[in-house]
Design a protein around this ligand. Sequence first.
Ligand code: SF4
Length: 247
Amino acid sequence: MTDKTEIPVMIEREQDPKRTNPLAHVFDELVKFCRSRSMFMLHYCTGCGAIELPPAMTSRFDMERLGIQPMVTPRQADILLVTGYVSVKTLKRIILTYEQMSSPKYVVGICSCTVNGGMYWQSYATAKKLDEYLPIDLYIAGCMPRPEAVIEGMQKLMADIRSGKASNWKDYYRNYDYYLGNQQHLFGENWQTPTDVIGEARNYSLEGPGTTGEHTQLLEQYQQPLEPITTHFRIGESVTVSGEEDT
Ligand code: SF4
């Protein structure tokens, strides 16, 4: 595992002393309030903890009354919910999904298996600590946590978004070399994703000393241009898809 670089504290846009307009602060607070009250959640059902989600989201506990509803695409989701143990192969999909989400974005790990491996702590096939590969905003521990615990956790996340504390998504940009190093440790040094995370870090003005390093250099060394997916289809023939590889 790699170590995180100590990052100097950056001036957040909201705290920038050059912002003299008093209405800017009011507007920022309004945005944070609205954001915290309208959350779209992509639930990645990786393990048995997913069983408690249907009651949490349907009429028995009705999480939608809080302003949280399911979303089926990463592009339009705010929260990535990981519900249980994560196999090495599944973790690749989780990282691909996370990187496709728009910022600001939040990750919630449900179940003890996402915290420390849980009852699979000795398994060769699972990733033990999810926060070594992605920035996690909230863990809801338990084997498995009940819907009441899930809802309480979500309310805590909403309060953190409202107060501006939930900002771990910035850590992925500022410490990308750390996260990428751990991903390479698990998947091999030629691991790559289609997302230009370094470019996004620059776009958000979040590039720091931990954004690039020895692991992002490996990324540049191994990165291959992605091949377009092509389909060849004629009536009466089976469909062949090329350009898709198991990452
Ligand atoms: S913590 Fe328990 S319920 Fe949750 S994924 Fe692990 S084994 Fe399954």
